[in-house]
Design a protein around this ligand. Structure first.
Ligand SMILES: Nc1ncnc2c1ncn2[C@@H]1O[C@H](COP(=O)(O)OP(=O)(O)OP(=O)(O)O)[C@@H](O)[C@H]1O
Ligand SMILES: [Mg+2]
Length: 272
């Protein structure tokens, strides 16, 4: 597997090799990931799109070490997660991975600054003042650091959550629909920050979104369907993403028609 490489090859921040995730067993088994092989080069913003139930969150959780895999392997910063015991996996999740949730998940009793530096406090690590200033500057929250989450707008709360994800300088940040709860103005602020964290701070971000405008901030868009990567698009624009989504929808319907009423195990009946 690619790990830290030199020369013209790109360094891989995270990687999945033939990743399979099955929930449940027997008749009720759901194949959420049906063999995903993908790598996320360092210093890039990747968007993941796909219909509801296609496995986007499952893929993010498995890549972040938040969920176990049925088979296959995940690498973060070149480290195979299956080789880690529970304690080492916890450390890797804390130190090498950042996660941004749709619902912000901030601690209400802590100020913005305390929320942002919490991962370092838990790890017993000191705040690097230069990095803290760089992250706070990029997230544009310098005048909100003493506020508690209830005193912040949704967009500001999500920017605090993004800063918290970046404060450890992780190998990779996973953001699962980070703008799903935000209006278009706040969405643009959060997306601009995620973009800056990659372009100016050299971080690596993988983001799930349903929104072609959000996906257009990425360097690359991956399309998931029924637990598989079915397509990808480099240097996306909102228009090219929308066009590709329409094409994939047509192809999916054609495949459904020719498969008759059987359908695939990965299909979420609730989404039909
Ligand atoms: N804990 C679980 N137990 C059983 N099945 C699950 C579990 N989590 C997810 N699934 C199933 O796995 C499949 C993929 O789910 P996942 O949450 O990854 O989809 P998603 O692409 O993130 O969808 P959405 O866009 O709605 O968030 C779905 O069929 C879902 O019902
Ligand atoms: Mg999801």
């Amino acid at each position: 597997m690619t790990t830290t490489v030199t020369g013209t090859e790109q360094v891989t921040a995270a990687e999945a090799a033939d990743l399979v995730k099955v929930y449940g067993s027997g008749d009720t088994a759901v194949v959420a990931l049906a063999g995903v092989t993908v790598s996320f080069p360092a210093g890039q913003l990747t968007a993941i799109m796909g219909p509801s139930g296609s496995g986007k969150s499952t893929l993010m959780h498995c890549l972040a070490g938040l969920d176990t895999v049925t088979s296959g392997e995940v690498y973060v910063g070149g480290q195979a997660l299956s080789e880690l015991n529970d304690r080492k996996l916890t450390e890797l999740r804390r130190d090498r991975v950042g996660f941004v949730f749709q619902q912000y998940n901030l601690l209400p009793t802590l100020t913005a600054e305390e929320n942002i530096t919490l991962p370092l406090a838990i790890a017993g690590r000191k705040v690097d003042p230069a990095w803290f200033d760089a992250v706070i500057g990029a997230v544009n929250l310098a005048d909100r650091l003493r506020h508690r989450p209830t005193e912040l707008s949704g967009g500001q709360q999500q920017r605090v959550a993004c800063a918290r994800a970046l404060i450890t300088r992780p190998a990779v940040v996973f953001a699962d629909e980070p703008t799903g709860n935000l209006d278009s103005h706040s969405s643009a602020e959060v997306l601009a920050f995620l973009r800056r964290s990659v372009t100016e701070l050299g971080q690596t971000v993988v983001m799930v979104t349903h929104d072609p405008t959000a996906a257009a901030y990425a360097d690359r868009v991956l399309f998931l369907e029924d637990g598989r990567i079915v397509d990808e698009l480099a240097e996306p624009t909102a228009e090219s993403v929308l066009d590709r989504m329409k094409l994939l929808e047509v192809a999916a319907h054609a495949a459904d028609d020719s498969a008759g009423s059987g359908g695939s195990a990965a299909h979420d009946p609730a989404s039909i």
